[in-house]
Design a protein around this ligand. Structure first.
Ligand SMILES: Cc1cc2nc3c(=O)[nH]c(=O)nc-3n(C[C@H](O)[C@H](O)[C@H](O)COP(=O)(O)OP(=O)(O)OC[C@H]3O[C@@H](n4cnc5c(N)ncnc54)[C@H](O)[C@@H]3O)c2cc1C
Length: 492
């Protein structure tokens, strides 16, 4: 969208954290906003679901940089969402994440200074490389704290070296395989392999968790309720259980949408918080140039995951206030296998909730590609439960005896695909790799007046990436001049 829009009616497609945050900011700016959600409940990946009294998380396990003066904290304040009602800080034992490799356990501490100290203690032969890495990491954290990070148009990181793949940079620093593996973990958090992950994304993810790390106090459903409440108190309208079937254009400009129910809604602008390949299905065939269509169709997705939620005996397995990553690396330091564990207080007495997530390729589930959630049949259920039982067995290496544990639920890339319309069940949407950076960046500015992307496919994934995408969408709708005048980070 090249120019600010004229008019007040905005339709947002999707009610995940991207759609609801965009809706809140636009409502605060006195637009008439309607969010359209295909599911019968709002929240997308942000929402948790209930099984046997437990709130099982989907897409919010922990977030970084929610402190008052930190980037995500400032964005929450600008939305008017109370951080303390939803989140509690982690790191009471000075650990955010424990990385367990076969030959090394490394604890990610709670600040950049502590990280430097810990890395230098663990890798005393590699101080020269670590000095270079820490200089870069500090520079990027400094820029993330600068108000221009949230306000400036375009790229706040003009240094092209930041877009080099992290793996290539580590090659030039000649780091050991062991250090490479430790430094590789943040790339996994945005679903990009180290060898193809731009230095900037690696550093932004790592820096945000080192500013401060937070877990939900209650659940993703509560987080969704608070976002919806805020949107509705600003007079936003939420339509559920009725997806957008078509985006209407007149003379190449957005004029409205057609819903699955057949209803037509007028709009001066549409903000789509959906995957760009799904967006193409909603547009007329000739709405975009062939070269642009090819670019979108050729985008590579982040990989899928399988997630298992398990109830465990709380006396034997009390809550752990940090996350655990069980990781395997090859001889070059590339992480070949990883399982994320989070052990949280349960909601029912006597039990806690162990959530685990690990990579699962979409192709592993291709046999059921043409089925829909809840109707995939016995073979699928058996395969899914077989994988879950193996993962539960492996978890005993870390948590000890889990014989009385109970698998509450398992979801696969097919579940994610059907639930939020994510092609191939891509966990973090489009892959923001060095190799397809330009293609992915062109999504920030779609060539159709009145149409823009927000959500995890616009700028970056995760709660922080989605909020950055929402502010960017608002900037496109109201123009940079008004954006700088009206979005007051410190006065909200
Ligand atoms: C397993 C997992 C763990 C994660 N853990 C974390 C974490 O710990 N921390 C973190 O920061 N991030 C995490 N993420 C990433 C984070 O959850 C996502 O980046 C974020 O929630 C995406 O929000 P969104 O609004 O872009 O998309 P979504 O939440 O996918 O919302 C899009 C919405 O659009 C709706 N929709 C689709 N098509 C249509 C249509 N045609 N009409 C109407 N509605 C439509 C969908 O139903 C959905 O509700 C995780 C993701 C996954 C999958």
């Amino acid at each position: 969208m090249r120019n600010p829009i004229e008019g007040k009616n905005i339709i947002i497609i999707g009610s995940g954290v991207g759609g609801l945050s965009a809706g809140i900011i636009l409502s605060r700016l006195n637009f008439r906003v309607t969010i359209i959600e295909k599911n019968h409940l709002p929240g997308g990946l942000m929402r948790s679901y209930r099984r046997e009294g437990f709130d099982c998380p989907v897409g919010v396990h922990y977030v970084g940089a929610l402190g008052k003066e930190e980037p995500l904290g400032k964005m929450f304040r600008a939305l008017g969402i109370p951080v303390n009602e939803l989140f509690a800080p982690m790191g009471q034992e000075e650990i955010i994440d424990r990385y367990i490799f076969d030959d090394l356990t490394f604890d990610l501490p709670t600040s950049i200074d502590a990280l430097e100290k810990s890395l230098k203690n663990t890798f005393p032969q590699e101080t020269a490389a670590l000095d270079a890495i820490m200089i870069n990491l500090r520079e990027i954290s400094r820029r993330m704290m600068d108000p221009s990070f949230l306000l400036n148009q375009g790229d706040p990181f003009q240094n092209m070296d930041y877009y080099q793949p992290m793996g290539e940079w580590l090659d030039s620093l000649k780091v050991s395989p062991s250090l490479r593996a430790v430094l590789g973990v943040p790339c996994n958090l945005i679903g990009v392999p180290l060898n193809d992950c731009p230095v900037i994304f690696h550093h932004m993810v790592l820096a945000s968790y080192l500013f401060s790390s937070w877990r939900l106090k209650e659940s993703g459903s509560k987080m969704t309720d608070v976002f919806v409440r805020r949107f509705e108190e600003l007079s936003g309208k939420l339509v559920l259980n009725n997806g957008v079937k078509k985006i209407l254009l007149v003379d190449g400009k957005v004029t409205g949408v057609v819903l699955e129910s057949g209803e037509v809604l007028d709009a001066d602008a549409v903000v789509a918080t959906i995957h760009p390949k799904v967006l193409l299905q909603l547009l007329e065939e000739n709405a975009l140039r062939e070269s642009y269509l090819r670019r979108i169709r050729g985008l590579r997705e982040t990989e899928g995951v399988i997630c298992v939620n398990i109830s465990v005996n709380s006396a034997m397995h009390p809550e752990i206030n940090h996350n655990i990553y069980r990781l395997r690396r090859d001889e070059n330091g590339m992480i070949s296998d990883g399982i994320f564990y989070q052990l949280r207080c349960g909601n029912s007495s006597g039990s806690n909730l162990l959530s685990l997530i690990t990579k699962s390729l979409y192709s592993d589930w291709s046999q059921w590609e043409n089925t829909v959630s809840g109707k995939r049949g016995k073979d699928y259920e058996e395969k899914k439960m077989g994988v879950a039982r193996n993962l539960l067995k492996k978890a005993e290496e870390i948590f000890g005896n889990l014989h009385d544990a109970k698998i509450l639920d398992v979801y696969t890339p097919l579940t994610v695909r059907d639930y939020v319309n994510a092609p191939e069940g891509a966990c973090y949407g489009v892959m923001r790799s060095s190799r397809q950076l330009l293609k992915a960046m062109s999504l920030n500015n779609l060539p159709i007046p009145g149409l823009c992307l927000a959500g995890q496919n616009a700028i970056a994934p995760g709660v922080m990436g989605c909020l950055l995408g929402s502010f960017n969408a608002v900037r496109q709708i109201i123009g940079q001049k008004r954006f700088v005048q009206e979005i007051k980070w410190d006065k909200c």
